[in-house]
Design a protein. Structure first.
Length: 457
């Protein structure tokens, strides 16, 4: 790190994460895992490095705003120096580390990457420390900019959510986004019974507890779960609780024909087939993805998870007329479209993402989703259904897409029943239109949208 100054191991690791994420446009969780494996920190330093790296990535724009507020030449700060300042600003503003310690450590971090910038660091961090008592520099209950700073979100997203959800729900969502996401698992019946899966998780030290959905558990010791034998063997599969609604919503068509569009790695594919087998027999389950390498990954994963009768297909879901290997149009019993989306419902799991998504991305994705939904619905027979699913909280990508599709269908499709697959305590997540929209909550699932669209004629 340049001059070889002594920097605490946890801060040094967190600084390495920020540098790699910035330079490589990398993902935070994978980068953090790689750095932690390479450094071999003890449990305490690992926890500190994780909190610093995740926190700084989550609140990046707020930290930059604070740094720029207290320097005359913000554009002159070189990226490596800014990374170090970000970590110290995060400690001051969000962790409330005592000012003397945070400033001292921050100056040492900056000195380790650029000795000449230590004076700048000392001045900027002292000014931030002096302003912490008045942070977020406004009233979050009435001022969107202050709410954005307090919760580490882009202002445009705060404005959008307060408009679409109302201020109270938006504030709860924004605050939940700063907290660690719970780790939910699906118990894979193709690899063993629920009792065997729970016993394996207990043996791993995961401390599992049952959830409201069938086959869903939460690991109260998430690190033990993800590193344990149950997940490695595939008897337990990591997937958010709200994400497990869409496969259930596909319904039961044992021995029938089902298509999973944009299947990815196949987690929902496996869950769909488990529902069919439990109802009497596996379906002929087609799993479509645009990329051949992803289809290969899915095929191997279905074999590893012991999921039967899955037929991988490669093709473009925006034009199914040129895709070989799918069932004929108008013959499928059910189609799941887990559409590519902005991912705004799972920002807790991708700390860097909130600063990468733009309003233009949402508009572009909504067009793509509409095309994919129209094509997916063309596969469904009368009496069948298409399930539209995303992991975002965005009216343009969810309600607007579904509403436009229903209007364009000329009465061939209508909203179907979602409530029958939801636990009673999730009834509040059903919208006035009969669609499912969960909102991230502290110690609760992520934000997912699911609409059941039945073909009535």
């Amino acid at each position: 790190m340049g001059t070889g100054m002594s920097v605490a191991p946890a801060r040094r690791a967190a600084l390495a994460v920020l540098k790699r994420v910035r330079e490589r446009t990398a993902f935070g969780p994978e980068t953090l895992d790689a750095v932690l494996r390479a450094t071999g920190l003890d449990v305490r330093d690992t926890a500190m490095a994780t909190r610093l790296a995740y926190g700084a990535l989550q609140t990046l724009g707020t930290l930059d705003e604070a740094i720029d507020r207290f320097t005359d030449r913000p554009t002159a700060i070189e990226p490596a120096v800014r990374d170090a300042l970000r970590l110290s600003a995060y400690e001051l503003l969000f962790m409330r580390t005592p000012a003397r310690a945070a400033v001292h450590e921050g100056v040492d971090m900056v000195r380790s990457v650029r000795a000449q910038a230590s004076g700048l660091a000392n001045a900027v961090l002292r000014k931030i420390a002096a302003a912490t008592d008045s942070f977020p520099w406004g009233d979050p209950d009435t001022d969107d900019a202050a709410l954005a700073r307090a919760t580490g979100h882009p202002l445009w997203l705060v404005e959008r959510w307060t408009q679409e959800l109302g201020r109270e729900r938006a504030q709860a969502l924004l605050r939940a986004d700063l907290e660690p996401a719970p780790l939910y698992l699906w118990l894979n019946p193709f690899k063993g019974s629920a009792v065997e899966a729970m016993d394996a998780l207990i043996a791993d030290g995961a401390d599992p507890a049952s959830c409201s959905l069938p086959g869903c558990v939460v690991a109260r010791e998430p690190h033990s779960a993800v590193r344990g034998a149950a997940v490695a063997r595939g008897i337990a599969v990591v997937t958010d609780a709200s994400a497990q609604v869409a496969p259930l919503a596909c319904g039961t068509f044992p021995g029938g024909v089902i298509v999973d569009v944009a299947a990815g790695r196949g987690t929902k594919t496996a869950q769909i087939q488990a529902v069919q087998v439990a109802a009497g027999a596996p379906a002929r389950l087609f799993a479509l993805d645009l990329h051949p390498f992803k289809a290969d990954v899915l095929s191997r994963r279905m074999a590893d998870l012991c999921v039967p009768a899955v037929l991988p297909v490669v093709g473009d879901a925006t034009d199914l007329t040129v895709v070989d290997g799918l069932p004929a149009f108008g013959t499928a019993d059910a189609v799941l479209l887990d559409a590519p989306c902005s991912g705004l419902g799972s920002l807790r799991r991708r700390p860097e993402k909130r600063w990468r998504v733009t309003p233009d991305d949402i508009a572009r994705l909504a067009i793509l989703q509409s095309r994919m939904l129209e094509q997916s619905a063309s596969l469904v027979r009368p009496g069948g259904r298409v399930v539209y699913s995303t992991c975002t909280i965005s009216r343009a990508e969810n309600e607007d897409v579904v509403r436009a599709f229903l209007e364009a269908s000329g009465g061939r499709f209508a909203t179907g029943d979602i409530c029958s697959v939801l636990p009673a305590e999730w009834a509040g997540a059903v919208t006035e239109n009969g669609w499912f929209q969960s909102i991230p909550a502290i110690d609760g699932p992520d934000g997912h949208f699911v609409a059941v669209l039945d073909r009535v004629r």
